[in-house]
Design a protein. Structure first.
Length: 241
């Protein structure tokens, strides 16, 4: 497969996450589910911010987590690009330096990092905003900067946690189209967390539905619509019809 493979459990006070997911290179899989289902927790484990208890995560044949072997690769060394729900741009850095920081971490060369950052700034048409601080950006602009930063690190996988949740309906449609274009050019596996069926249908080929920390349905988006397995999925596809 040579993509992303994870089988993990995470125990938290009052909550247990159980997840098995495989994502091929060039494929996007959506994690759908209501608030509190464990979607963001899954992203935290896959990105290395939390360690599974127990579990195993493999990316491109490289073991990132294996609790049986006491392996846990630090987030900065996992080669995973992450866009968090709140975007987490560095408020004291310009757009250029936000993107350059990720590029530098990926290359360990300041000169190469600056060059790569400029390439991604141009790809996302951010030249006019390169010297702006995050507080000066609209929601859509900040989302583009966050995605440019994630891709500038030359990741082996992308993890997108509700990247468009702060956008209004019109801006969300534009951002969705732009994100789809960039994902088509990314040859690694992508995991997209969303509670919006339109996002999943526009960006992903398959979906896993998380409810209460467990996968209740794994299917293509067409299969979700045709045969929802739970009342939540039935409401989800009904709302998106």
């Amino acid at each position: 497969m040579n993509g992303l493979e994870a089988r993990l459990t995470l125990e938290r006070p009052g909550f247990r996450l159980e997840l098995a997911v495989e994502v091929a290179r060039g494929e996007t899989v959506a994690l759908l589910g209501p608030n509190g289902a464990g979607k963001s927790t899954a992203i935290a484990v896959l990105s290395g911010l939390l360690a599974p208890t127990p579990g195993r995560v493999v990316l491109g044949g490289r073991v990132l987590d294996d609790t049986a072997a006491r392996v846990h690769v630090d987030p900065a060394r996992r080669r995973v690009g992450v866009v968090f729900q709140d975007l987490q741009l560095f408020p004291h850095l310009s757009v250029r330096d936000n993107v350059a920081f990720a590029a530098w971490v990926g290359s360990r060369s300041r000169r190469r990092g600056r060059m790569r950052a400029q390439e991604w700034i141009e790809r996302f048409s951010l030249e006019a905003l390169a010297d702006a601080r995050p507080r000066e950006l609209s929601g859509g602009q900040a989302q583009r900067v966050a995605l440019a930063r994630a891709l500038a690190s030359e990741p082996d996988a992308l993890l997108l946690d509700e990247p468009m949740s702060a956008l209004d309906v019109e801006a969300r449609a534009d951002a969705r189209a732009e994100l789809a274009e960039h994902l088509r050019g990314f040859d690694g596996p992508t995991v997209l967390v969303t509670h919006d069926l339109a996002d999943a249908e526009a960006l992903a080929g398959r979906a896993l539905v998380l409810e209460g920390g467990r996968v209740t349905q794994a299917a293509t988006l067409a299969e979700l619509r045709a045969a929802p397995a739970t009342p939540y999925v039935a409401r989800l596809v009904g709302a998106g019809a």
